[in-house]
Design a protein around this ligand. Structure first.
Ligand SMILES: *Cc1c(COP(=O)(O)O)cnc(C)c1O
Length: 360
């Protein structure tokens, strides 16, 4: 006798309880909600696109992106053998978690940090252990002792951190690399901005010889190529090879690979200029925000977090006036806040006047 079952019962409980990741994403005249590069397409990447259609799209892409690994290795200064690529760094993070933990293991990360981490934890049946960031007086550094105490199979650190813009100190990172039980994943999605400002260095060069370290980066932010979905990680061979098995073949499309290689090889100066432009724009934007009594948190990235009450309501009001920002209700240690991406100054000027109108 077969029983008629509800299709829902066939789904993993964690997935049943999960909401689809879907913050408000209607098109908006000025979109400062996702920290992408607002300067346009890097020129060499654009030229590569015209070239690639026709010749490449009828065939499968390369299995594991050998040419892309070569270009990434040259960009960050490591051997391509220590690089793994993926369909965005989200894919890298998810694949790394799958490769390095079993269901039921713990994953430790800061609160607040990149929101996707909670989803990756439940999608992979991991127990999330959140450790609050340190106080503003301690620059909202990660709590290295607290993270180590969780004794987790995976420790995730985002630096510069989304959404606070704060950095994990080199001392705290060293402590994790010495004392954490398992792998330490450092997400450097915004590191180009910290390097440009001279406030931090990347850990990529160290990663190949640090047995616990996997550094994750992306072309979605400073490189301005979020639509391509190209992310990568650098680490010791054993970790990188495991992530590659977990992510599987053909994960980066032929078009994405060709455009990404062109950008990595030939658009570095464009990226540097765009980072410098953002840093200048951010400094001015911060001054104006302070003047209207809305001082943001100090940021090492291309966004600022502005503490403000009724953030969700204000976010909707801004959207109605054509400016999309990302509201965060009750951020630990901050309260309600709006995360605002920083782009060319013209956009920020318009954003400021809309912001003032909404506050009035
Ligand atoms: C935007 C962002 C990413 C990038 O994700 P992709 O999948 O590469 O687009 C990764 N980590 C953090 C913390 C981010 O904010």
């Amino acid at each position: 006798m077969t029983r008629r079952i509800a299709a829902e019962e066939l789904v993993r409980p964690a997935y049943r309880a999960m909401d689809l990741y879907a913050p408000l994403r209607k098109p908006c005249a000025i979109d400062l909600s996702d920290n992408t590069n607002l300067r346009g397409v890097p020129p060499s990447a654009k030229a590569a696109l015209a070239d690639v259609v026709g010749s490449t799209v009828t065939r499968y892409p390369s299995l594991y992106g050998a040419e892309l690994k070569r270009a990434i290795g040259a960009y960050v200064g490591v051997d391509p053998e220590n690089v793994v690529t993926g369909c965005g760094s989200d894919d890298i993070l998810d694949s790394a978690i799958r490769a390095m933990s079993e269901p039921g293991d713990a994953i430790a990360f800061a609160d607040p940090t990149f929101q996707m981490l909670s989803s990756f934890a439940s999608m992979n049946s991991l127990e999330a252990r959140v450790v609050p960031l340190l106080s503003p007086e301690r620059d909202r550094d990660i709590d290295d002792d607290g993270l180590v105490r969780e004794n987790a199979r995976i420790t995730y650190v985002c630096s510069p951190n989304n959404p606070t813009g704060s950095l994990a100190s080199p001392r705290a990172i060293d402590k994790l690399l010495e004392s954490a039980r398992g792998v330490v994943i450092v997400d450097e999605a915004y590191v180009e901005y910290a390097i440009g400002a001279g406030v931090a260095e990347s850990l990529v060069r160290r990663a190949p010889t640090e047995p616990r370290l996997l550094v994750v980066r992306t072309l979605s932010k400073a490189f301005g190529l979020a639509g391509l979905r190209v992310g990568y990680a650098v680490g010791p061979r054993a970790l990188v090879d495991a992530v590659e098995k977990s992510r599987g073949p053909y994960k980066v499309t032929a078009i994405a690979e060709r455009m990404a290689v062109a950008a990595l090889d030939h658009d570095r100066e464009w990226v540097r200029e765009s980072v410098a432009e953002v840093l200048e724009s951010r400094a001015k934007f911060e001054v104006f925000l302070r003047e209207i009594g809305r001082a943001p948190l100090p940021s090492a990235a291309n966004f600022v977090l502005v503490p403000i009450d009724r953030a969700v309501e204000r976010g909707l009001a801004l959207r109605e006036r054509g400016v999309a920002v990302r509201p965060f209700p009750s951020v630990r240690g901050v309260g309600d806040a709006l995360r605002i991406s920083v782009g060319p100054w013209g956009l920020m000027e318009q954003t400021l006047s809309t912001f003032e109108a909404v506050l009035a």
